[in-house]
Design a protein around this ligand. Structure first.
Ligand code: NBP
Length: 483
């Protein structure tokens, strides 16, 4: 038993994570993969890593010092369950099994519960940053018991990305499924951020006629300010790419049907269950679904006319671009505010002690949504841990209210020109819904009471009321008020 940490599953993520671990002082890494060829390739390609390669689970367990700690990086779902079953046979009480795959947090809660009986710790961990992050430093979101984090924490800290202030991008998020839950919301926010950037690109392109490469320059400029982020940076690179075979901008030869692996949909499904409006994320998920409906789109191109968006031009292109920048920033703040609402609701529902400011901190580097403005989120929660909504923190409130003129102009222009901007528009609708003194929800309550006797409350006195709609239409109190 010479290794202090093991990795099971040596496809791209597992291999890179194992190499990252091996490159850190003090780590000796045991590796195992179901199919030996993968292990062989890894140890042959990277002799410098000094991996301890195991041919089966027994050998893998024997190569690990106690308490044994192993990170599983296999296909989420059945693959993970299969590996867990094998590891629990050869591990002992006190040992730690970490699932670093993209598990559904409900599965993580289930797995943690069943493994707990054996005395083995199970830690579901979100890992963000893709292949590159796994190799050079991901953002890591571990759940599991506080006790297991004492052993696991220093190992994860050694491989995590470092923020500008040197802090490792990892923290114990909360117990059982908390880590995978927060990773799920991270991905949901990522969907929204990507969709918003895509809408900004589309509006600028159609409105100003700039080429993708020229829009890349705009994004490079934006990347020097409040919007500075990995996603803006890579967007500029994608827009600047020329297709070798046609000489056209690559973005023009890529089929406009966006794929998805499901974590965005999970974020929305769980938000629906928790009753949290994550409209920005939902619109982003739906925008991908719509883009993939080839048959409907082909039929609608002909059948459904709209304004002549080809010839629509804002009067001042530079002012329009600045409006789009502000609308993007405001909509992005809304998407993050909604995402944090879901994290807060999840923490309450599943009894997790999640420190919101720390979540923003560990997203500052390594992960896909890394951005300058995450520092502002940490600050907001440091100043007020019980903040009612992120968008109400002074910095964000000033940013969205300052941008609202531009935001409205962009949404109006998009509607008039017939350019779809679902994430921009829905974020603005959310903003207006949140700040409304009165909502037409009163009428919805009236309708519900009419057809289903669902009752309503009144603005002027306590109690629960019902109008006798099919009778004399007088009002009755169905539950007495407290005073
Ligand atoms: P894959 O998701 O492609 O999975 C391949 C690995 O799973 C191989 O090592 C394979 O072993 C193993 N495996 C399977 Br499939 N079924 C197994 C079983 N029944 N027992 C044992 N091993 C089994 O790998 P990946 O793309 O490296 O991703 C690994 C995890 O990391 C996934 O959960 C993924 O969602 C997550 N993740 C990926 C990214 C990313 O950017 N790709 C980012 C963040 C998280 P074999 O070699 O014997 O077939």
């Amino acid at each position: 038993s010479v290794a202090n940490i093991g990795v099971v599953g040596l496809a791209v993520m597992g291999s890179n994570l194992a190499r990252n671990l091996a490159s850190r002082e003090g780590n000796k890494v045991a590796v195992f993969n179901r199919t030996w060829e993968r292990t062989e390739t890894l140890i042959n390609d990277h002799p410098e890593a000094g991996f301890v390669a195991a041919k089966d689970y027994e050998e893998f367990a024997a190569s690990l010092s106690k308490p044994r700690t192993a990170i599983i990086m296999v296909q989420a779902g059945r693959g993970t369950d299969a590996v867990i079953e094998e590891l629990t046979k050869v591990f002992e009480p006190g040992d730690i099994i970490v699932d670093g795959g993209n598990a559904n947090f409900h599965d993580t809660i289930r797995r943690e519960q069943s493994i707990r009986e054996t005395g083995i710790h199970f830690v579901g961990t979100g890992i963000s940053g893709g292949e590159e992050g796994a190799l050079n430093g991901p953002s890591i979101m571990p759940g599991g018991s506080v006790e297991s984090y004492k052993t696991l924490g220093p190992i994860l800290e050694s491989i995590a990305a470092r923020a500008d202030d040197g802090e490792p991008c990892v923290t114990h998020v909360g117990t059982d499924g908390a880590g995978h839950f927060v990773k799920m919301v991270h991905n949901g926010i990522e969907y929204a951020d990507m969709q918003l950037i895509a809408e900004a690109y589309d509006l600028i392109r159609r409105g100003t006629g700039k080429t993708p490469a020229e829009i890349a320059d705009v994004f490079d400029e934006w990347n020097k300010g409040d919007l500075e982020s990995y996603l803006i940076e890579i967007t500029a690179q994608v827009l600047r790419q020329t297709d070798a075979s046609t000489g056209q901008p690559l973005v023009d030869v890529i089929l406009d049907a966006a794929g998805a692996k499901g974590t965005g949909a999970w974020t929305v499904q769980n938000a629906l269950d928790l009753g949290i409006p994550v409209s920005g994320i939902a619109e982003a998920v739906f925008a991908r679904s719509l883009s993939s409906k080839a048959e409907q789109r082909a039929a609608a191109v002909e059948a459904l006319p709209g304004p002549d968006s080809e010839n629509w031009k804002p009067s001042d292109p530079d002012a329009f671009i600045e409006d789009v920048r502000q609308a993007l920033y405001a909509s992005k703040i809304i998407a993050y505010s909604q995402g944090f609402d879901e994290i807060i609701a999840g923490a309450e529902q599943y009894d997790w002690d999640i420190k919101k400011g720390d979540i923003a901190k560990i997203w500052r580097a390594g992960c896909i949504i890394r951005a300058r403005f995450l520092g502002r989120i940490t600050e907001a929660y440091q100043n007020d841990a019980d903040l009612v909504a992120l968008v109400l923190a002074p910095y964000f409130r000033d940013a969205v209210t300052g941008a609202q003129g531009a935001w409205r102009r962009v949404v109006v222009s998009a509607a008039e020109a017939g350019i779809p901007s679902p994430a921009f528009s829905s974020s603005l609708a959310y903003y207006d819904g949140l700040r409304a003194k009165r909502l037409p929800a009163a009428l919805v309550q009236g309708q519900r009471d009419f057809f289903g006797a669902h009752t309503y409350k009144r603005v002027d006195k306590d109690g629960i009321f019902h109008t006798l709609w099919s009778g004399d239409r007088s009002e009755i109190e169905t539950e007495p008020s407290w005073h």
